[in-house]
Design a protein around this ligand. Sequence first.
Ligand code: DO4
Ligand code: MG
Length: 282
Amino acid sequence: MHLYKTTRGIILQHQNKSFQINDEWDTLVNRKNLYEHLFKLTNNSKVLPTIESDELIKEHLLPPIGTQEVWAAGVTYLKSRDARIEESADTGAADCYSRVYEAERPELFFKSLSHRVVGHNGHVYIRKDSSWNVPEPELTLYINSSGNMQGYSIGNDMSSRSIEGENPLYLPQAKIYNNSASIGPCLYIPEKPLDPETKIHITIHRRREKMFDDFTAINRMKRSLTELAEFLFRELDFEHGCYLMTGTCVVPPNNFTLQKGDIVNITIDLIGTLTNIVTVKD
Ligand code: DO4
Ligand code: MG
C-alpha cells in the first residue's frame, strides 16, 4: 500500500485503486498494525477516480511526513565506509570510520525536523561553503512510537563531503542545512517486510546528460534494519514515530560534485522514485 500526503488530504493506493483517507497524518501513521488498519479503511473509504488521484499526486504532493523527526544512520555499507576513509585520509580521522563500521553500536545522527524536509520534485540545496557535494540515496524507515517498523520511504541525505572530510566533528554542518533532507514520494506499507534483494538505484543528470548511474541491494548492508531501529529507540521516545534513513549504499566517484540544476532520481523497488532538483540557497 502507498500512502501519499497532498495539500488536499491523504491518498491511499492499493491494488490500482485510490482511496481518500480522512485522518490526520501523525495519528494515521502511528496506528497499531498500520497495514491491517489501512486495509480495513479500504472497505469504507471513498474511491477516487484515477484522473483525480493522479492529478492530486502530480500537482499537490507533499513530503510524506507530519511532525516526525528524521534521523540517519551512517557507515552501514562498505561503500560508505570506504568513501569516508578516502575523504578523511589527510586528517588522521579515517580510523573512526573503520571502527564504527565494525562496532556493535551504529552511527546514528539527527538529520532534520519535519518542516525542513522536502519531497518528490523538491529542491535540495548544496552549501555555498562546500566544494564537494553529493546526494546519498537511502532506504528510509518509518518506525512507530512503539519502535516497530511500519513502512518505508526513499530518502536523500544530501551531504557535503568536503566539510565532513575536513573533520568528523563537522558532521552536523555537513548534513544539516536548509533543504538537505528529502523524503518521498510516499510511505510504502507492505504486508511483509521488504525483500532483502530490494534494489536502490540512483541516477544524476546534468542538462540531460547522465553523469552517474549505480545501484545496489539492501542486503549489502552490514547491519539489520531492526538493529538500527532498536539503537535509535534505546533512550529516545517519538510521540508520533520517526523516520530513519539507513545509510548510503552507492557513492559517486571522488571527482564528482553536484552542480546547480542537476537532477537526482532515486528509485527503490516497489516504493517508487524520488526526484530532486539541485540548487543553491539565495
Ligand atoms: O559518517 C558520516 C555519515 C555517513 C552517512 O551519512 C552514510 O553512510 O550514509
Ligand atoms: Mg547518509
